[in-house]
Design a protein around this ligand. Structure first.
Ligand code: R5S
Length: 308
């Protein structure tokens, strides 16, 4: 049994069954869309009596070879992650004679933070929002201890396991930082979530632990805006940039906005100490941004203060 320093979870070398037979995987309903694929609720029911367990199955979008390789990397990434604050890998299901594959994961009943916060905003207090934020920090600390960069940290990719537990999900864009560098340079940016990106990711496709910290600041903004669509980061940035920008790309305008030190505004009922935390994450110079361990400590202190 090994214990990771920050996740306090145990990874037993369990011989969990990791191969799911397609014929027993019964489709129930759609759950959402992620990078490279859609996610469905299924019941794995080999006995055929509806006693099987509910699972979340991520199907590969298209059988394009490149996507299959990227999907295989996502599966390999999730398989090695054992942390209470990261969605659990269960196994894979091959179909079409191993031509296509699906990723089988634990099903989290409350869905993503986006829907959950909006729906329950009236009975979620600051303490619970700070608890969620500290759990994301712990999950990210664990991820970084294995030299992973998530690259798509956003409220849409944070899932709610229970009223007091959230988990990081969707490792479709996750990369491992090579040992001789402290950043990852992406070649094909693809359709990037630029409104969650740090300046250096927008302008140089440079991703690091500190660019994930920037995105965490945006997640904090989403949490303390209750993921209200009116205050969604893309909408707030586009209002500032102006919807009728022509010619030069949005990312050039966004990069200039951030260079000029414009930042997402303080959410309306955001506790006074939380906005400065977001601003720390949004330091233009990535060396000035805090580590997830620092952020976690500051948030734990705020949780204590909330209790008194
Ligand atoms: N991340 C990411 C982006 C891709 N993505 C991942 C999932 C996912 N959803 C759930 N659970 C889930 C999802 C939605 C609902 C409801 C919400 C209200 N409206 C109806 C649906 C309920 C429960 N459990 C999961 C996963 C992955 C592993 N376990 C969904 N989209």
């Amino acid at each position: 049994v090994t214990q990771s320093p920050v996740c306090r979870s145990y990874s037993h070398p369990q011989h969990d069954q990791t191969l799911f037979e397609e014929r027993y995987l019964r489709y129930i309903s759609p759950l959402g869309k992620g990078n490279f694929g859609s996610v469905e609720l299924c019941r794995y029911d080999p006995l055929g009596d509806n006693t099987g367990e509910l699972v979340a199955v991520k199907k590969l979008q298209s059988n394009k070879q490149s996507n299959l390789e990227d999907f295989q990397k996502e599966v390999n990434t999730l398989h090695v992650l054992h942390c209470d604050y990261i969605v659990k890998y269960k196994g894979v299901c091959y179909s079409m004679g191993r031509l296509s594959m699906s990723l089988v994961m634990e099903y989290l009943p409350y869905g993503s933070l986006i829907g959950y916060l909006e729906k329950n905003k009236d009975n979620i207090n600051t303490r619970r929002m700070l608890l969620f934020a500290s759990q994301i920090c712990k999950g990210m600390e664990y991820l970084q201890s294995l030299r992973y960069v998530h690259r798509d940290l956003a409220a849409r990719n944070i899932l709610v396991a229970s009223e007091t537990l959230v988990k990081i999900a969707d490792f479709g864009l996750t990369k491992v930082i090579p040992h001789n560098k402290d950043y990852y340079r992406v070649t094909q940016p693809g359709e990037s979530p630029i409104f969650w990106y740090a300046p250096e990711s927008i302008t140089e496709s440079r991703f690091s632990q500190k660019s994930d910290v920037w995105s965490f600041g945006v997640v904090l903004h989403e949490i303390f805006s209750y993921c209200d669509i009116k205050y969604n980061p893309k909408r707030l940035y586009m209002q500032e940039i102006g919807h009728n920008v022509l010619g030069t790309s949005i990312s050039v305008h966004l990069a200039n906005l951030l260079k000029g030190n414009w930042r997402l505004p303080q959410p309306s009922n955001c506790p006074p100490k939380v906005y400065p935390l977001m601003r720390q994450c949004w330091a233009h110079d990535f060396d000035e941004r805090p580590y997830f361990s620092d952020l976690g400590n500051q948030i734990e202190t705020m949780i204590q203060d909330e209790r008194e």
